[in-house]
Design a protein around this ligand. Structure first.
Ligand SMILES: *[C@@H]1O[C@H](CO)[C@@H](O)[C@H](O)[C@H]1NC(C)=O
Ligand SMILES: *[C@@H]1O[C@H](CO)[C@@H](O)[C@H](O)[C@H]1NC(C)=O
Ligand SMILES: *[C@@H]1O[C@H](CO)[C@@H](O)[C@H](O)[C@H]1NC(C)=O
Ligand SMILES: *[C@@H]1O[C@H](CO)[C@@H](O)[C@H](O)[C@H]1NC(C)=O
Ligand SMILES: *[C@@H]1O[C@H](CO)[C@@H](O)[C@H](O)[C@H]1NC(C)=O
Ligand SMILES: *[C@@H]1O[C@H](CO)[C@@H](O)[C@H](O)[C@H]1NC(C)=O
Ligand SMILES: *[C@@H]1O[C@H](CO)[C@@H](O)[C@H](O)[C@H]1NC(C)=O
Ligand SMILES: *[C@@H]1O[C@H](CO)[C@@H](O)[C@H](O)[C@H]1NC(C)=O
Ligand SMILES: *[C@@H]1O[C@H](CO)[C@@H](O)[C@H](O)[C@H]1NC(C)=O
Ligand SMILES: *[C@@H]1O[C@H](CO)[C@@H](O)[C@H](O)[C@H]1NC(C)=O
Ligand SMILES: *[C@@H]1O[C@H](CO)[C@@H](O)[C@H](O)[C@H]1NC(C)=O
Length: 792
């Protein structure tokens, strides 16, 4: 029965090669087009999007921005008023508490009456209003004006930030800038820290011990700040709101109980008025290794304090990075183009490349961090990176395998060198499997396989931060029971439904990997476990909204260890009922950040079996439409992504195309609140790009569901093979009334399947989609549907 692997696909590639190998240079590129004009880093910076607005290189460690008071998970948020400082490292789009933001610097143009004690020092007191309308950002650059007359600009290299502060009132007699550094971070998690100042050069340096924003443990970080453009007047240290000249170092220790201290303190350098252009340059290096390495990073990467040069190098790096995709945007609004390119940009901010900066182990492998979280990024972001930057994707997965080697488990979330919280399954299993299916290079598959099998077999002592819980039940009862008996490890005994469907899917992916690597009996074992979702399917369960019966029967429901059904209202944890009760809280429920309604659709391994369970294609289609129309679905959380396209499995690809346009641009647009939820390290941005690109990847599989792109034509160059894949809309209609595929041709030959494999991108080719204004019979037959485990 379990004949999932689409062998037929592999045979198509020979023709593809002979008819359509385009060279990237021949793909039309609009010479007056600068992709950076279409990246708006402010998208998603208000209303809880938490996108990082500041300066970063692709996957860079240094990320400089102004830190604000408010929802400052990523430092700056548009819906704020006050800046508390400028810091050099951030995460993007995360939920949880604010991340990083260590060692902020702050600048006073001078102190009132030239008295240090009349300046404000500590975090909350020194906050200054920013000038509305002043923030300006593009890839590699951020600027903002403050009401104290300072115009602050910033740019970065991989491990250092460069700030240029311009003082508005040139003739101000009291201009004697004070630059302070605070041993603080955004979540105020510091325990110990030391700040020092060198009285001769003004150099500020130091270290601190901090906590991760969504995980356990602590990390040490170091910084090193140097100056150019003004001479040193005097130096000293400060604590709370008092400062004094002469001391060269201040140390803060906690009582050893690991309780974060909220005391704001640090060192400062005071300058004479700047010598040229009223500007002062501040260069800050960061390192997880040592102060020396932080200084070296800065000196090595920015020897000249060359602000314009650093900006233009960052811009060029981004232009090159964003050049895997080319679109013909004829007729398409510049706003939609911005949704597309900005989404791609945000997908390339994290994970962050900390290679050479990992103090935890010695290795020749790359080390990436801020997988924040894989629970989010396994549903789109890594699929986009597989297309746009397969070489970075390879390095990220090698790093995951190396984390397994040294920590004993793959992470489901990781930040700041620490283990992050697992929200559901062990979804790195999905990423690794997909990488194998998609020919991602240079991965040690034997170790990768060992790692995913450990997830499935060996329960860790603390499964809140790695692996899976309830594995004994999983193997014996074949579901995760509510109120489980599990003395084998410690973890949050909630989410029995969502963990069951995720574990089942993870096991399906492990089965695929086992098959490819020749582990036949494992393949059979994990394929069997992949059917475990059925054990929580309660066939007679109904769902009411208020007192109205929705008429849909059969939902996932909790089950006790003795097999008896429990009950959770199928709409519970949806926007219609107790939406915010379903996080990682101790009194959490049976589904995580979503309802049983939603999780009942999470069977990507066997949609055919699910459709049968739900009463056949027509009943399935009505139910899926109802999910989208009723308010039960929140598209701002990543589990929603696949449901936009699952109509394909019921032979209704036209409805997937309709839904895409239903959500874009109404939920994904160019406003600062233009994403529906936390961006989650670019997950929302990736969804927009993949939806607009047309071919939507089913995570964990070698399957892209075919939809018409939002553009007349789009070409993607695979940077690993150099090959070019082009998708063309024939009869393209930029008003999006003709969004229905009438017929398709791949390299000139009819293509009737409503999906395509990754070989299209790997080998290159041309997919032509003829569009019309009505749903057609294309892609609707049983043999046209995407693969399912149980076959069809
Ligand atoms: C070429 O780029 C310019 C500037 O972005 C734009 O105005 C024009 O519409 C583009 N032309 C096409 C065919 O995309
Ligand atoms: C912002 O700064 C202004 C001016 O210093 C101050 O009055 C206000 O209380 C601050 N607001 C916040 C939220 O800190
Ligand atoms: C700068 O100068 C202008 C005009 O003299 C004055 O209105 C403004 O308050 C000054 N700004 C600062 C921050 O001192
Ligand atoms: C920055 O890091 C990337 C890898 O993440 C690397 O490819 C690039 O060369 C680095 N840039 C510089 C200037 O070293
Ligand atoms: C921080 O620096 C101080 C002073 O140099 C040193 O004693 C301390 O061990 C350092 N802490 C860390 C975590 O590196
Ligand atoms: C902070 O420093 C104190 C005193 O040196 C030490 O006992 C404690 O373990 C340190 N805490 C951390 C989290 O490093
Ligand atoms: C001052 O500004 C001018 C014009 O922008 C520039 O050419 C010059 O290099 C700047 N000087 C310094 C020291 O930054
Ligand atoms: C459920 O079915 C009944 C009987 O066919 C119908 O009257 C009712 O409108 C349906 N409810 C919904 C929410 O569609
Ligand atoms: C099964 O366990 C549940 C919860 O402990 C209990 O309420 C129920 O009565 C049990 N059912 C049977 C048949 O023992
Ligand atoms: C833009 O997206 C946001 C977030 O999804 C949404 O609330 C808003 O209504 C959208 N704006 C427009 C003009 O569609
Ligand atoms: C994987 O690589 C092989 C060998 O180069 C190629 O024939 C095949 O089409 C590729 N498959 C995919 C899915 O990329």
């Amino acid at each position: 029965m379990l004949s999932f692997i689409p062998r037929k696909l592999l045979q198509v590639t020979a023709t593809a090669l002979s008819t359509a190998t385009l060279v990237w240079g021949q793909v039309s590129s609009n010479s007056s087009f600068d992709v950076l004009d279409y990246v708006d880093p402010f998208i998603g910076t208000s209303n809880g999007g938490h996108s990082f607005a500041g300066a970063s290189l692709p996957f860079g460690m240094a990320k400089a921005v102004a830190d604000t008071i408010g929802e400052n998970q990523a430092g700056f948020a548009y819906d704020t008023t006050n800046v508390t400082g400028f810091s050099h490292m951030h995460d993007s789009g995360t939920g949880g508490s604010p991340s990083l933001g260590n060692f902020p610097i702050f600048v006073h143009p001078g102190c009132p009456s030239d008295a240090l004690d009349k300046c404000t020092w500590q975090q909350s007191d020194r906050a200054v209003l920013w000038t509305p309308g002043s923030p300006n950002a593009h890839p590699g650059y951020f600027s903002i004006s403050l009401q104290n007359g300072i115009h602050a600009e910033m740019t970065v290299t991989n491990h250092s930030a460069l700030y240029r502060f311009t003082f508005a009132n040139a003739s101000m007699e009291s201009l004697s800038p004070v630059v302070l550094v605070d041993l603080m971070d955004l979540p105020q998690s510091r325990t110990n820290g030391t700040a020092s100042v060198d009285p001769s050069t003004g150099r500020l340096s130091g270290n601190g011990t901090f906590n991760p924003s969504f995980g356990i443990g602590s990390y040490d970080l170091h910084f090193c700040a140097d100056f150019k453009g003004a001479s040193v007047r005097d130096t000293g240290v400060w604590t709370n709101n008092r400062a004094g000249v002469g001391q060269t170092s201040v140390s803060l220790t906690s009582d050893g109980s690991n309780t974060p201290a909220t005391l704001s303190a640090g060192a400062f350098t005071r300058f004479h008025a700047p010598t040229a252009n009223n500007t002062l340059l501040v260069r800050v290096g960061v390192s997880f290794i040592s102060v020396e390495q932080a200084c070296f990073n800065a000196e090595n990467e920015q020897p000249d304090f060359d602000f314009p040069g650093t900006v233009s190098e960052a811009e060029n790096t981004w232009r090159k990075k964003l050049d895997s995709f080319r679109i013909n945007a004829e007729g398409v609004s510049s706003d939609l183009q911005k949704v597309f390119w900005s989404g791609m940009y945000r997908a390339m901010i994290s994970p962050q490349d900390y290679t050479g900066e990992n103090p935890l182990w010695q290795s020749d492998e790359p080390y990436y961090d801020s997988y924040y979280c894989i629970w989010d990024s396994f549903r789109g972001e890594h699929q986009l990176l597989t297309l746009a930057d397969p070489l970075s994707q390879s390095r990220m997965l090698r790093s995951l395998v190396d984390i397994y080697r040294h920590e004993g488990y793959l992470p489901d979330c990781r930040m700041s060198l620490c283990k992050g919280y697992t929200q559901g399954g062990s979804n790195a299993d999905v990423l690794l499997t997909e990488a194998l299916l998609k020919n991602i290079s240079d991965i040690d598959w034997a170790t990768a396989y060992e790692a995913v099998v450990k997830d499935a077999e060996v329960e860790p002592a603390n499964w809140n931060v790695e692996g899976r819980g309830g594995l004994t039940s999983w193997k014996t009862l074949n579901y995760i029971p509510t109120d489980d008996y599990d003395p084998y490890g410690v973890g949050l005994h909630t989410r029995s439904i969502s963990r069951t469907v995720e574990y089942a899917y993870d096991d399906f992916c492990i089965a695929e990997m086992a098959l490819r690597l020749g582990h036949q009996s494992d393949y059979e074992k994990y394929s069997q476990r992949a059917t475990n979702w059925q054990n929580m399917f309660k066939a007679d369960q109904k769902s009411f909204i208020g007192i109205v019966n929705t008429n849909f029967t059969g939902f996932l429901q909790p089950r006790y260890p003795n097999g008896t059904w429990g009950y959770q209202d199928p709409i519970f944890c949806s926007p219609l009922l107790s939406f915010t009760s379903c996080y990682l809280n101790a009194n959490g429920h049976e589904t995580y950040e979503g309802s049983a309604w939603l999780y009942t659709f999470f069977v990507p391994q066997d949609m055919a079996a699910l459709i049968t369970r739900l009463g056949g294609p027509s009943a399935f289609t009505s139910r899926l439409s109802y999910l989208h129309d009723s308010g039960l679905l929140y598209v701002g959380d990543e589990q929603a992504f696949l449901t936009v396209f699952q109509f394909h499995y019921a032979g209704r690809p036209a409805l997937s195309a309709e839904r895409t346009h239903f959500y874009i641009p109404t939920q994904f647009n160019t406003s600062t609140s233009g994403i529906p939820g936390n961006d989650d390290s670019g997950a929302m941005g990736s969804f927009a790009v993949l939806s607009m690109m047309g071919l939507f990847p089913v995570h964990g599989q070698d399957v892209y569901l075919i939809n018409p792109p939002f553009f007349k034509e789009i070409s993607i160059q695979n940077k690993a093979t150099g090959k070019v894949a082009t998708i063309k809309n024939i009869n393209f209609d930029p008003t999006y009334k003709s969004i229905y595929i009438q017929s398709a041709r791949r390299d000139g030959e009819p293509w009737t399947k409503n999906w395509i494999g990754h070989d299209f991108f790997y080998e290159g080719g041309v997919l032509e989609l003829e569009l019309g204004s009505k749903e057609s019979s294309w892609g609707t037959r049983d043999e046209d549907l995407p693969p399912s485990m149980s076959g069809r």
